[in-house]
Design a protein around this ligand. Structure first.
Ligand SMILES: [Mg+2]
Length: 180
């Protein structure tokens, strides 16, 4: 049995469906949070900072992610605050590995999503799946051409967040890996 593949998690989009219309969201809980990056872009005494960022989370996402045959890690601008602010609300452990980006929102010379290169480097040749709302066909093509192991770049619509069919896709992909 080989090492489990990695499952790299974005927060805003897959776990926090920030583009959703409230009426369409079942089972989510709403939270107000003040993550460091978000706070760094507003005056601390502004109405927006006082209210906090609205974050919607689904309490079953953690258990369902943990039931998948993957090793979980964070791939989000929340960085370590995903462990401290997001995990407690969705039932994930507070000590998942975190990708520390060398530069947030860096310009990419080939038009890739800014996370793509550092994420592939971090994954270090292990098979990985990645859920994020900003993945494009360019990123998939680049991973296919340059990454030495199987990868699944799964774009999650920020209106819906992770849905049953995404869990099915992840499960099937993991089962399709050589040695699985
Ligand atoms: Mg996102």
């Amino acid at each position: 049995m080989m090492d489990r593949p990695l499952l790299l998690l974005d927060v805003d989009g897959p776990l926090n469906p920030f583009r959703s219309r409230l009426a369409g969201l079942h089972g989510y809980t709403t939270h107000r949070m003040r993550p460091a990056l978000w706070m760094s872009r507003r005056a601390p005494d502004s109405p927006s900072a006082r209210r906090g960022l609205r974050v919607r989370l689904h309490p079953t996402h953690g258990p369902r992610l943990q039931a998948l045959p993957f090793e979980l890690a964070w791939a989000t601008t929340w960085m370590h605050q995903a462990n401290t602010m997001i995990s407690p609300h969705i039932g994930l452990p507070g000590d998942l590995p975190v990708i520390e980006w060398p530069e947030l929102f860096a310009h990419d010379p080939d038009g890739l999503y800014w996370k793509t290169r550092p994420l592939l480097e971090w994954a270090a040749g292990r098979p990985f799946a990645w859920v994020d709302d900003m993945i494009t066909a360019k990123d998939r093509a680049w991973a296919r051409a340059h990454y030495p192991a199987p990868s699944l770049l799964l774009r999650i619509h920020p209106r819906h967040g992770l849905r049953a069919r995404d869990f099915t896709t992840l499960t099937r992909w993991a089962a399709s890996l050589p040695g699985a």
